[in-house]
Design a protein around this ligand. Structure first.
Ligand code: SF4
Ligand code: SF4
Length: 360
């Protein structure tokens, strides 16, 4: 297998060589100008951070990416997908408010922000993939329909996957709400009848007509339900709930399969960036961020997502202040094996061999 170039900037800066300058150099070394054609719609996939979390990627990096894409003739937009659970990003209205709160809006970045999977997370396209679990990944339509994508990912821990970088941002971060249901749950939604107010939104959104009203409460006919998750997204009252069922290897495999579907769709049409900064134990979906467990490292970019995550992981291991620990992410959560994601990605054709190229 050939080695993929992964470009890297460290965090040293001085007058005439600021981090802003270095980030622009990084994007250009990694080929952003070659990626973008005049007039193309370029989706910049970000994670605006849950309210209360401050470890997410600073919006100024998105502003710089917007500038380079615009200079190359593209039309950038910032985007993310709605969450399966409640909180500040569960629908496009709340998500937009959270994005503004964290600096991701047009006046600060130069590009508009919108939720890629629509008002309630239900707008998706099925991208084909030959996976062990998935044959059609339900990826947000606003991402599928972009001409090219630039993915800005925060590299940090994750309670179920061990770590989260670009592959997790592709696989889980680009999935629509029904896609996230498929990733997280092997089963169908469960109901909390006490919360149901009988509004009927779920009935109107169920593609299988699997929901009926009984005594002013929605009731799922599980023989007809296909587990698409539309009712979970449609219910404003938390009465349709996800049965969080997927952990360990099976979740990792599904996320990798979703990422592989996107990788296939955007072959030669994507640039991936990892921010090895504020490397906190948990992901940016939580409403807090614990202190980093390794020092800040730098920023990396590549056209290969698996090579990028591998190179970032290797730098994190080197920076790990706790001698004797093979992988600090595994050490955070004993029993977790971060290596498995790379192994499984290889079976899906995502190469993680790399050549590190230091920029600046
Ligand atoms: S959308 Fe929610 S509250 Fe409304 S009927 Fe369905 S389950 Fe009940
Ligand atoms: S998961 Fe999909 S098919 Fe099942 S009840 Fe909800 S909307 Fe209908």
């Amino acid at each position: 297998m050939s080695r993929e170039n992964v470009y890297f900037i460290n965090l040293h800066s001085e007058s005439g060589c600021s981090l802003e300058d270095k980030f622009r150099w990084l994007l250009n070394e990694a080929g952003i100008a070659d990626l973008v054609c005049k007039g193309e719609l370029i989706g910049i996939k970000v994670h605006v951070g849950e309210r209360g979390n401050l470890a997410y990627v600073n919006h100024n990096y998105a502003r710089l990416a917007v500038g380079e894409i615009t200079r190359a003739g593209g039309k950038p937009f910032l985007t993310d997908t709605n969450t399966l659970y409640g909180g500040g990003r569960h629908n496009a209205v709340d998500h937009h408010a959270s994005a503004v709160m964290h600096g991701y809006f047009e006046a600060t970045t130069g590009a508009p922000f919108f939720a890629a999977d629509g008002l309630r997370g239900l707008d998706f396209e099925e991208l084909p993939v030959q996976g062990r679990h998935v044959t059609g990944a339900r990826i947000a339509a606003g991402i599928c329909q972009a001409d090219k994508i630039v993915m800005l990912s925060h590299f940090k821990g994750h309670c179920e996957m061990g770590f989260g970088g670009t592959i997790k941002n592709m696989g889980m971060g680009c999935a629509s709400v029904p896609g996230k249901l498929e990733l997280h749950s092997g089963t169908k939604p469960v109901q909390d009848h006490n919360r149901c107010v009988g509004c009927g939104q779920c009935l109107m959104n169920c593609p299988e007509h699997a929901i009926v009203m009984a005594e002013h409460k929605a009731v799922i006919d599980y023989a007809m339900c296909i587990g698409c998750g539309q009712c979970v997204a449609a219910c404003n009252y938390g009465a349709m709930q996800v049965k969080w069922a997927e952990h360990g290897e099976r979740l990792i495999e599904k996320v990798a399969e979703y990422a592989a579907a996107l990788y296939g769709q955007f072959s030669g049409k994507a640039l991936y960036v990892n921010f090895a900064l504020e490397i906190s134990p948990d992901c940016d979906c939580w409403d807090y961020n614990d202190r980093p467990f390794v020092p800040d490292i730098g920023i990396l970019a590549s056209r290969s997502p698996a090579a990028l995550d591998r190179a970032t992981m290797d730098l994190v291991k080197k920076a790990n202040p706790r001698a004797g620990e093979e992988n600090p992410f595994d050490a955070l959560r004993p029993g977790q094996k971060c290596e498995y994601l790379f192994e499984y990605c290889r079976t899906l054709g995502m190469n993680d061999e790399y050549e590190l190229v230091e920029v600046g």
